[in-house]
Design a protein around this ligand. Structure first.
Ligand code: GLP
Length: 242
């Protein structure tokens, strides 16, 4: 794992967006997995702007959504689906057959997981995964305690995730479970970028890069990734000692 510290949120997002652009230029049939949330929002916007400006052909790219709130329909503005659609997929005219998002309102969530695992396997694995980090150290919805070997799965959400998660919704919603790619997928991804910005993430970033590698802090798995990059702004780097 490598740590990269940027001056501010904008330069961090520029660097992450450039990573996506370089990938899709070099590998037009790349498999790209993105997280939703506040952190990657500017990365997505800049990626979309650059791809349009440079007229990059994205028609052979496969897009994988990292996670979703179980029970929240795609038209809800707080859903991950809504985020991906509005920030990336619609602006860049991705067609439905290129896009694989968990259907969080399917009655068979286990089947959703198996479908996602099969797609990733059939496509030859994920080339680039861009994730954020939760205030409890989660990645996607890999909550504290989850095995590093998990494939896609449904999980009971941690109390921190339940309370922080309300920020995405205009009106209060009942959140209980998440559906997510597992940390196996992260470990197997050819490249992983974990993004974080702002002073509020300084504590979890310090644990991610300097703490013990432990199931109780899922993001610590980044330390073991040979092509993993923790990309943060100066504020999020505020508690790092070395
Ligand atoms: C959410 C999502 C994650 C996201 C993380 C951080 O709950 N499940 O995929 O990366 O928390 O979100 P944010 O970037 O809004 O801080």
């Amino acid at each position: 794992m490598q740590l990269k510290i940027y001056k501010d949120y904008h330069s961090l997002s520029e660097a992450a967006a450039t990573e996506i652009i370089e990938l899709v230029k070099n590998k037009p049939d790349a498999v790209l997995c993105l997280a939703s949330g506040d952190t990657p929002r500017l990365t997505c916007k800049l990626f979309a702007e650059k791809a349009i400006k440079e007229k990059i052909d994205l028609s052979n790219v496969t897009f994988i959504g990292l996670d979703e709130w179980v029970g929240i329909p795609p038209e809800n503005e707080g859903s991950c689906h809504y985020f991906f659609q509005h920030e990336v997929l619609t602006p860049l005219h991705f067609s439905a057959d290129q896009v694989h998002l968990f259907d969080a309102i399917s009655e068979n969530q286990e089947e959703e997981c198996r479908k996602m695992d099969n797609i990733i396997f059939e496509k030859g694995g994920i080339d680039l995964m861009i994730v954020g980090i939760g205030m409890n150290g989660h990645i996607g919805f890999n909550e504290p305690g989850v095995s590093f070997d998990k494939h896609s799965h449904v999980i009971d959400l941690d109390d921190t995730t339940l309370s922080v998660g309300q920020k995405y919704f205009k009106t209060a919603v009942s959140l209980l479970k998440g559906i997510t790619l597992g940390l196996h997928h992260l470990r197997e991804s050819k490249k992983v970028l974990l993004l974080a910005n702002g002073a509020k993430k300084a504590g979890v970033i310090q644990k991610t890069v300097e703490g013990e590698i432990t199931l109780s802090f899922p993001a610590s798995i980044m330390q073991k990734h040979s092509n993993g990059f923790v990309m943060i702004d100066e504020e999020a780097a505020g508690l790092i000692e070395k």
